[in-house]
Design a protein around this ligand. Sequence first.
Ligand SMILES: NC(=O)c1ccc[n+]([C@@H]2O[C@H](COP(=O)([O-])OP(=O)(O)OC[C@H]3O[C@@H](n4cnc5c(N)ncnc54)[C@H](O)[C@@H]3O)[C@@H](O)[C@H]2O)c1
Ligand SMILES: O=c1ccn([C@@H]2O[C@H](COP(=O)(O)OP(=O)(O)O[C@H]3O[C@H](CO)[C@@H](O)[C@H](O)[C@H]3O)[C@@H](O)[C@H]2O)c(=O)[nH]1
Length: 446
Amino acid sequence: MKISVIGCGYLGAVHAACMADLGHEVVGVDVDAAKVALLSAGTPPFFEPGLPELLRSAIASGRLSFTTDISAVREATVHFIAVGTPQLAQTAALDLRYVDAAVEGLLPHLRDGDLVVGKSTVPVGTAARLAELVRSAGSGATLAWNPEFLREGFAVKDTLAPDRLVYGLAPGDSVGERLLDSVYASALALGTPKVVADFATAELVKVAANAFLAPKISFINAMAEVAEATGADVTQLADAIGYDARIGRKFLNAGLGFGGGCLPKDIRGFMARAEELGVDQALSFLREVDSINLRRRGRMVDLVTEVVGGDVAGKRIAVLGLAFKPDSDDVRDSPAIDVAVRLAALGADVVATDPEALETSRRRFPDLNYVASVDDAVRGADAVALLTEWKTYRALDPTLVGSAVATRAIVDGRNCLDPVQWRAAGGCTEPSAPLNVLAGANTQMR
Ligand SMILES: NC(=O)c1ccc[n+]([C@@H]2O[C@H](COP(=O)([O-])OP(=O)(O)OC[C@H]3O[C@@H](n4cnc5c(N)ncnc54)[C@H](O)[C@@H]3O)[C@@H](O)[C@H]2O)c1
Ligand SMILES: O=c1ccn([C@@H]2O[C@H](COP(=O)(O)OP(=O)(O)O[C@H]3O[C@H](CO)[C@@H](O)[C@H](O)[C@H]3O)[C@@H](O)[C@H]2O)c(=O)[nH]1
């Protein structure tokens, strides 16, 4: 199948590379010439495990290319729309200008039998509007909506072997269904469930999934607030309720809460759309989900402040982790960055590091003090704030960290350290000032 992918960011670049890996001929189109140059050279413009290898082998095979020239889509039959749908500052609704521009840009190049396939996350009602736009242009092309559920850090695996495929199709569009079946033949052969739905259902499946996951995280963070007030252990609580198959342990990690380019903006965009539809009451719970989530960031700042004696001004705070989650360099709405920036605004001397997100952080927040290594970050620190649970941070040696800091205090905002081990190490090396893993032992920030 000949495929074009319009928009080559975190979603589109992975989708393009994976489709080529599956044997399709793919052209990726993006308006960002620098991104296209990097991708064409086989270098992902962002960090995603497994993507560099896939990109290079697909380009070498001749099945994958990138361009800024939209007319290159003429060779293709299936055209994926993977451009951004960021949150509008004023209303929290999703900004559809890039999706609209992408579809309008495609129109002159579409031919009879072509299929435009929306992958971007959009408010319900968008696909029907765009389908009409495509139909009225008169090329004979049609439109489908095929939402994407990949997670950053697992994007390649999630694309090659998704949990499910959702096709939003116009009534009776069997041609569209057959084309998508050809695109996804290998996933279907693996037994991936396929849901064929109307446009509205397909669009809603996407935001409903995120509107289910976000409350799960806020639920456990709400329990963490109660646990903190009672001395209970929220991780044990999560383990115990998670054994119930109806609940499940996944997405019950309490801590700094959710961020990224998806969950926060998607639940806010969903609420904004519900308001337009006059059903805002149905989603009012998401407002509480959002505020529980944002409270975690404030609590983290408070804990660091407590640890250094009530005022962070002039204190050296080592920040470990800036990305919104491990295995990503994405700092869009990153809780870690938010905490680092708030601490700096309170006058702290923040020294921040991250294995992959230094460049993305520096681009957005040039005024923070960034260092390349944990050693440089923790040296002489009055407190350490662990904000993203990278594997390398989980494996840190408490004795080494303890011997580098000025004060043995670490606040584990992601509950990823073993408090017993950290306390023991602190006690061994300097009994009078043990490492204080607030989060781990005392259920705070769990
Ligand atoms: N990032 C994820 O994990 C993920 C997962 C599922 C769904 N989504 C959804 O996918 C969409 C894209 O997200 P993303 O994270 O990849 O965003 P992104 O900002 O990383 O990428 C968007 C890309 O689109 C390009 N672009 C904008 N207008 C264009 C145009 N007219 N023609 C060609 N290219 C254009 C931009 O230059 C950018 O490279 C969003 O709707 C998002 O909600 C993202
Ligand atoms: O138990 C948990 C699980 C996650 N998080 C946080 O939640 C955020 C989102 O994590 P995750 O969902 O793994 O990452 P994303 O890559 O943003 O993926 C989400 O958003 C995508 C875009 O819509 C969807 O495609 C995915 O299915 C959906 O999981 C991150 O900040 C995590 O740190 C927690 O705090 N506790």
